[in-house]
Design a protein around this ligand. Structure first.
Ligand SMILES: [Zn+2]
Length: 314
């Protein structure tokens, strides 16, 4: 008899398709090793083969496992569960700081789009500060909450399907979202299109070329395993693509976005990464402050780097 967990983790819950580097669109790949299932110390998820693009260093599984049950298969989480661990004060503080920087970089306030709006804290803070705001929240369970809390229009479809006019936003925020997407190239391309010239994009991702990953992979190698600790395509926190400064820069450059400010910072589950933690929790379902996600366990073991870049469009 197959248990519910085994069924949820089974290979037949996914459609497996060959994957090229979405940034370089070529297949010069270096095999990193296996991740998930029998290649995970706790047996989480389904086993994947992970590869690194030789040109830009982006890490991803191939074949790529696409959840047949859609995003709900990975991110089905009740709003109450999410809000139970919600640090509203921390999020408001980080939102105000980000908005100040956005205003400085964009040369004033204007129209802001928050992709992955969560409960709508950033949108609410931005609206109170005088920005015109819109949000995108893929989880239908949070869309209503975010709209009610922020008073903003919240859409639940991907940004590529929203049909925003070109150059219609002064600031786009993509916090702890990019690594969860199946087509980051398409999303950054669309953001570049809807961002006005000189507009600002804030984004942060885990640095999968960081010390934790290097040490973790070396440890597995020394144990004679071909396991790696990068990404988490089939288990929480469902990081599909693993970025580094090099691959992120390549992706941004491809779409006419130039990094202006890079901030790599070590992060425990603290104020500095409150937004990242909260968003990751929202996506995870099973995450709690006691059992941090794989990326955050980096913080527990060594320390994690998050790349945050402000970008101006040309
Ligand atoms: Zn590449």
């Amino acid at each position: 008899m197959i248990s519910g967990i085994e069924m949820a983790n089974g290979r037949d819950r996914y459609r497996w398709l060959e994957q090229q580097c979405p940034i370089c669109e070529v297949s010069q790949l270096h095999r990193l090793g296996r991740r998930g299932g029998s290649a995970h110390r706790a047996g989480l998820g389904v086993e994947c083969e992970l590869w690194r693009c030789q040109r830009c260093s982006l890490i991803f599984p191939s074949p790529m496992p696409f959840p047949l049950g859609g995003l709900e298969q990975h991110y089905g989480v009740e709003a109450d569960e999410y809000f139970e661990h919600h640090q509203l004060d921390d999020k408001n503080v980080s939102a105000i700081g980000l908005l100040r920087q956005a205003e400085e970089l964009a040369g004033g306030k204007g129209k802001l789009l928050d992709i992955g709006a969560g409960r709508g804290e950033l949108l609410r803070a931005a609206r109170n500060a005088g920005w015109e705001v819109e949000g995108i929240e893929p989880s239908s369970r949070f869309t209503k909450v975010a709209a009610s809390y922020s008073g903003a229009m919240i859409r639940s479809e991907p940004v590529e399907r929203c049909g925003f006019p070109s150059g219609s936003f002064d600031c786009v925020v993509l916090g702890a979202v990019l690594e969860h997407l199946y087509n980051p190239d398409e999303t950054i391309g669309e953001i570049s299109r809807i961002l006005r010239k000189g507009g600002v994009l804030f984004l942060d991702v885990p640095n999968e070329n960081g010390l934790y990953f290097k040490i973790g992979n070396l440890y597995q190698k020394l144990r004679g395993r071909d396991w790696v600790v990068n990404t988490a395509p089939t288990f929480s926190p469902f990081h599909i693509f693993g970025f580094s400064p090099r691959s992120l820069r390549a992706l941004l450059a491809k779409h006419g976005l130039e990094p202006r400010h890079w901030r790599g910072f070590a992060a425990r589950c603290s104020r500095s990464c409150a937004r990242h933690c909260s968003l990751t929790k929202r996506f995870r379902g099973a995450c709690s402050s006691l059992r941090p996600c794989a990326a955050l366990s980096i913080g527990m073991l060594t320390r994690k780097l998050i790349i945050r870049s402000g970008c101006g469009r040309f």
